[in-house]
Structures are given as structure tokens and as C-alpha cells.
Design a protein around this ligand. Sequence first.
Ligand SMILES: [Zn+2]
Length: 116
Amino acid sequence: MNETSQKGPNEKYCSECGAIIRSKAEICPKCGVRQLPPPFSFNLGPMTPNGRNRIVAIIFAILLGSFGIHKFYLGLTGWGVVYLLFCWSGVPAIVGIIEGVLMLVMTDEEFTNRFG
Ligand SMILES: [Zn+2]
């Protein structure tokens, strides 16, 4: 039995020496190497009770706003259809960017209250 398999729920493996260390440890006490956060695991923040996420909605609004994808994502299907119908005009793309910026300055609490 390999002793490194005994990792507890609040522990992780050192990225350098593989020792079991506290998951919140920034520096491995065994080898002294600073722990780097794993790539692409940035925190998206809390999900609303309906499983929506502000950052995801912002990305949809800015990148896919002209198709109303963020509206569909937020459960506003009627608006999503309107955006889709007028996507040729370019207006929904501009409105989508504005909505993305508005959600960017919004707190997670406000987002949950509005779209949760
Ligand atoms: Zn180490």
C-alpha cells in the first residue's frame, strides 16, 4: 500500500515532491516549493439556486450576445428569441456587450436576486 494514497479531504499532493500537504498550504513544508494553482481551475464564483453563474452569463453576453445565448442561459427564453430574430441587425450584439458589462459590475448577490 502506497502511503501517498492516504490523502485526506483537506490535503493535496505537493506539486514538486508529491508529499501530502494541507490543501490550503502555499508552500510545501517538506521541500519548501511554492504550490502553483492548477491551470484552468480559476474560481467562477457561486452558482445561483438554479445553477446559473454570473461569469458564464457575462462570457455568453459578450461573445454570443447577438444570438441571445445569455438570455436563454438566464431563463429569459422570450428575450433570447427576440435577440436571435434581430441578430442580423447587429443591435443584440451591442446590447449583449452592455448587459455583459452590467453583470460584470453586479455583485453575485444582485445577480442571484435578478436571475437566480
Ligand atoms: Zn514538496
